[in-house]
Structure formats: structure tokens, C-alpha cells
Design a protein around this ligand. Structure first.
Ligand code: ADP
Ligand code: MG
Length: 347
């Protein structure tokens, strides 16, 4: 599986010369690492009771995967995608929450973020199957006609005092892919779980998508490194910038790691839903800070699809902050960032 960590928790010892301690000078930070969603995850929190939530965290990750993993044949998403029915289909709550947020972000980004691209994702070989040996324009065009996100309709109903979530598609061939938002959502689920346990100082990361609250220690903010898309390699990570996050989510998308070659041409895993082809633009990476990680994750993908100008206007419309890296007309690497993002950068 691809290792795609474009954002990471900066080792605070190196930056500050001390580790995370509470106000009494005690080091109560608990760390959990593991694998999920085809990548790695890391959870760090400060708890004077030194509670361990490993099992609960694992179960939550299993729950989210069983809802939205297209690699699990009987997940909610796989069953819904395979269904030949166009009647309302029961989905789980995670699925419904992500569907609703996706719909809002689809509208806000004028379709740049579009989870209905699944038939194209599969065709290009970024789903569970291999890609084609040769790209056929005729096939791309025919699949493009099956990627209208507005052809899905969700609703919730009360049955015996219980909420049921339902979703339907207007054509059985339509399919969803929440890969561009599910990691961020999983991060939010773990963060909110720990917060509900009364914790105030939390760091959660899945595959480079991050959510924090509180601090790493007294006067020790959470600091996240943003990968340099040009000079960094998996074995020798280089940071483009360091960001101090008081609270909220941060996610990065880049066109530099998950790339596939078909017939001698390189394609990235982000699809432009207006053409059906893998995105070809001069945007190299997009790092987004939002109130929650699900929004940051989806908006990062949208910014890779949209033109630079559109991306900047979508960030404003979504009320989120961003740093976009692109190569200009001369091939020089340049960045554009929102005011709010600039404030978070550490000198
Ligand atoms: P990145 O880390 O580059 O943001 P993500 O894993 O968040 O990547 O999202 C990329 C995945 O999202 C692709 O592999 C594909 O499954 C799906 N995808 C591709 N294009 C789009 C799009 N325009 N809108 C929504 N999802 C997309
Ligand atoms: Mg994403």
C-alpha cells in the first residue's frame, strides 16, 4: 500500500528541548500507533489518569471501515455500489453523515469534489481493480455520464423510535467513493471519542490527515510539518513549512505520490469530474485547515481539481484556510495561501 504522509506531528523534543508534560511537570502523554485504511494512524493525548483506549479506538476504526471502505466487499459502500436496486437502501450513520457533508462540499466546489467519480476511479485503476492497458476515450466518456452526484438522494426516517438512514441512486450503475473524505472523517470520529472521554489535549492522525485540540504540553502547541512536494522523498522527508495548530483539522493532497503509469503516461489518483480524466494541472499540493478534518480532507482534494483561482474562491466560500503549491509559467515553484493560513506558519 502507498505511504502517503504529507503531514506529520513534529517531534516536539527537537523543537523545544522538552517533552510534553502537564502543568505539574508530569508526563502523561499516551501514544497509540497502528494501521488502518491502507495506511498508518497515530493517536497522542494527555491523560493524568493514564487511560488506554486501544480497543475502543480499534473498534471505531473497524466501524468506519465497514461503512466506507471500497476494499471490504461487504462494507456499506460496497453493498450499496453493487446493488441493482434504485429504491431507498439502508446505510449506517457514519455513511449518512459523510454523504451529507459531501453533498454540501460538492455544491460549494461546483463539483470539483465529487464522490460519484467511483466508476472512473475504478476504470483508471485507483479502486480495487487494475487500470487499463490503454486508455479508451469512448469508455471514459461513457463512464463520465455515470458520475452525477445529484443522482443520489438521502433521507432519514424514524422507525420504532430509532433513526434509520437511507440512500438511493437513480441508476443502478451509479457508485460512490468516499476515499477523499473518509480518512478525515475517521480522524474526527477518534478525536470526538477522546474528547467525550473528557480529554482536552488530543492529536489524531490517519495517513497524514490530522485533527488536534488543546496542546502537546504546557506552552507546547501541536506543530505539524507540511511536506515539500518537490524536494521531499519517502526516505528523506523535507518540510515546506511548520504549522502551529490551536485546534481543528488539517489535511494535504498532493499529485506527487499516488501516481500510475498507463501506456507511458503518468496519471494521478485525483479525477477531474468535468473531463473524466486524471487531473493535469500545475497545482502540486493543497494543505487545508478547517474546523474538522473531514472538511479539510475533502477540500484538499477539491483544490487539486479546481484551477488555482477557483480553489482560492472555494476556500473563502467554505470559510477554511489553505496553502496551495504550484509551478508557474516558468516552471518555478510558487505558493499562494490565505491570510488565516499565513498566521499559523511558524517562522
Ligand atoms: P489525497 O491524499 O491526494 O487527498 P485522498 O486519499 O484524500 O488523496 O483522495 C483521493 C481519492 O479520492 C482517489 O484515490 C479516489 O478514490 C477519490 N477521488 C478521486 N478524484 C476525486 C474527486 N474529484 N472527488 C472526490 N473523490 C475523488
Ligand atoms: Mg482528501
Amino acid at each position: 500500500m502507498m505511504k502517503n504522509i504529507a503531514l506529520w506531528l513534529v517531534v516536539l523534543v527537537a523543537l523545544y528541548g522538552c517533552t510534553s508534560k502537564d502543568s505539574g511537570g508530569n508526563d502523561y502523554s499516551i501514544r497509540l500507533e497502528g494501521r488502518t485504511m491502507g495506511t498508518t494512524f497515530e493517536v497522542v493525548y494527555i491523560d493524568s489518569q493514564e487511560r488506554v483506549f486501544d480497543n475502543a479506538i480499534d473498534s471505531l476504526l473497524v466501524e468506519v471501515n465497514n461503512s466506507m471502505s471500497t476494499y471490504i466487499p461487504n462494507s456499506t459502500i460496497s453493498t450499496f455500489n453493487a446493488s441493482n436496486d434504485t429504491a431507498f437502501f439502508p446505510v449506517d450513520e457514519h455513511f449518512y453523515i459523510v454523504y451529507l457533508r459531501s453533498k454540501a462540499l460538492y455544491n460549494l466546489t461546483h463539483g470539483a469534489f465529487n464522490p460519484a467519480v467511483m466508476p472512473l476511479v475504478r476504470y483508471w485503476g485507483f479502486g480495487p481493480e487494475e487500470g487499463p492497458e490503454k486508455v479508451e476515450e469512448r469508455v471514459v466518456d461513457s463512464l463520465l455520464a455515470l458520475t452525477d452526484f445529484r443522482a443520489f438522494e438521502g433521507t432519514k426516517v424514524m422507525v420504532d423510535g430509532e433513526t434509520r438512514y437511507l440512500l438511493k441512486k437513480s441508476d443502478p450503475r451509479l457508485q460512490l467513493d468516499f476515499s477523499a473524505i473518509a480518512k478525515g472523517y475517521g480522524v474526527d470520529v477518534l478525536h470526538d471519542f477522546l474528547q467525550a472521554k473528557g480529554l482536552q489535549n488530543i492529536f489524531v492522525e490517519i495517513g497524514g490527515e490530522i485533527r488536534v485540540s488543546g496542546q502537546a504540553g504546557p506552552e507546547l502547541p501541536w506543530v505539524v510539518g507540511i511536506e515539500d512536494p518537490v524536494n521531499s522523498t519517502i526516505d528523506n522527508r523535507k518540510a515546506l513549512a511548520y504549522v502551529t495548530l490551536p485546534k481543528g483539522g488539517i489535511a494535504t493532497s498532493g499529485n506527487y505520490r499516488n501516481v500510475r503509469e498507463i501506456d507511458g503516461v503518468k496519471y494521478t489518483h485525483t479525477i477531474d469530474p468535468s473531463t473524466g480524466y486524471s487531473v493535469r494541472s500545475n497545482t502540486l499540493s493543497a494543505s487545508i485547515v478547517a474546523e474538522d478534518c473531514m472538511t479539510a480532507d475533502a477540500m484538499a482534494t477539491a483544490c487539486m481539481v479546481a484551477s488555482l483561482d477557483s480553489a482560492v474562491s472555494y476556500l473563502a466560500a467554505a470559510n477554511v484556510e489553505g496553502l496551495l503549491m504550484y509551478s508557474d509559467a516558468e516552471g518555478t515553484i510558487d505558493t499562494v495561501q490565505t491570510k488565516g493560513f499565513a498566521h499559523l506558519i511558524r517562522e
